[in-house]
Design a protein around this ligand. Sequence first.
Ligand code: URA
Length: 448
Amino acid sequence: MAVFHIGECIRKTKQKIPLSKEEIRQLVQGVTAEPPIPDYQLAAWLMAVCFSGLNDEETAELTMAMRDSGQVLHWDLDGPVADKHSTGGVGDKTTLILAPIAAACGVYMPKMSGRGLGHTGGTIDKLESIPGLSTALDPKDFLALVRKAGFAVAMQTGNLAPADKKLYALRDVTETVDSIPLICASIMSKKLATGADHILLDVKVGSGAFMKNDADAAELARRMLSAANADKKDCTAILTDMDRPLGMCIGNAIEVREAIEVLAGDTDSELGIFCITLAAEILRMAGKGSPAECLHMAKQAVTSGAAMERFAMMIAGQGGDARVTENPALLKLSGCSRTLKVAENGWISAMHSEEIGRASVLLGAGRMTKNDAIDPGAGIRLCRKNGDAVQKGDALLTMYASKESQLDEAEAMLRGAVVIAAEKPAPAPLIHQTLTGPAADSAPKAEP
Ligand code: URA
């Protein structure tokens, strides 16, 4: 084995000379070794990647080496196992709706999820707003619940891709987060370590997302698909709009309430259509039928009540109060509330999701620093959405927080986040494009 020099890797990457597979493996091993490669050299290499990039082969090898830095899970289940990952958004409660639908249709979804990050929400925080529910599950109980309910949601453990944990913390403080190969390796190392055969990637694009435009989002999706292919996983990436929040609610308990509304039969709302479309794609990938059959099956799972049953089973199995599925008012909202009114006649032409996400953090629904506690009942319910005609004085949105001062701060931010125009804006599709497997290298498929 050649002698490894981290300085040589920094020089090569800086000069766009590809690293060998062995060099990448040794670099990643050095991240968690004792003693590890010093932070200053890792940070220099990360910065070199930000400026000079990595090619597809290097990105795939980096992903695989990071996957192998910890435990790689294998599921002993008698049906297809699927996973879904969102690159992070505002109001994104898709997992809470899609996983019970997939489970009701015979696809297992053992989900490892994270907490909110910055202005974006996290599935774990949302689920923990359900009284009694725990996401710190013992692996045996987790598997037993997946077998019974078809899905369960646990907090991601430190044993999965520990090299990413260390590199992500370094990237966070060295301005090296926004590099497509590094984001790809970070996300996909964890996804591949969770052991699903079929992976659906929801790549958010727009003001509230890491990727601000379609070209960057498509490049990230292409890299992620290529890393999945290198691991022989079936993978689809869907580019979805994050220029506006997803659905009408932003927060934790309030988003679980909205997910319950969809599972109770609200399949024609924008959120309902979105989740059913994504769930149908999971069913198609898992071999459950043609796209049309899978769409029908996913919708049926909601209208028949089967998906809600699975949701209740998961909640009860994780120690939560499953009565919330019949009585969402058991999901308490915070005590102070205020409704903002529309200031002028016109059409809502923009709802800047990053600012709306930041306002929800000010209300207490997210964290300013890593160790902050969140207020599960804080959040925002939108009364109107992009493209709606509005009149001065109409209710625009309602905010919930524990203190009046939080409402004041969030109000100032929210007033700047909503734009009213004199002209009706052109409709903006929620799904921008879909990319699948090796075909991702050719022209993307446009969605209707
Ligand atoms: N989420 C991750 O897990 N990693 C990134 O680099 C960005 C988003």
